[in-house]
Design a protein around this ligand. Structure first.
Ligand code: ZN
Ligand code: ZN
Length: 103
């Protein structure tokens, strides 16, 4: 894809929802899906495909870093993000440790 560095930097700094609406992302998305054989890389489902970023480090440059993207169906994508959400809600552990400390 022929884009100037300035164009790519603009893409990189767009708010993520706007980024997902760019022509650039749409073509990268198609490239990633074609590369995955137009199927979910986990369950082989061929409908409702979404493209998951393993890292956002190369945002705006994904055409050169297609390995950063994983093609998942909607169901797998949701499952994939669920453990992350529960992992964030874990300040409990700290509190328990403090409570057990003798004064
Ligand atoms: Zn799937
Ligand atoms: Zn994702």
């Amino acid at each position: 894809m022929r884009l100037s560095k300035a164009d790519r930097e603009t893409l990189k700094n767009l708010p993520y929802p706007s980024y997902l609406r760019t022509k650039f992302w749409k073509s990268v998305r198609e490239m990633a899906i074609a590369r995955a054989g137009s199927a979910c890389q986990l369950c082989n489902n061929k409908t409702r495909l979404q493209v998951h970023h393993r890292t956002y480090e190369n945002r705006g440059y994904e055409d050169k870093h297609l390995g950063d993207l994983t093609v998942l169906c909607r169901t797998c994508h949701q499952k994939f993000h669920q453990p992350l959400k529960t992992a964030i809600k874990k300040p409990k552990v700290k509190r328990r440790v403090q409570a057990r400390k003798p004064q």
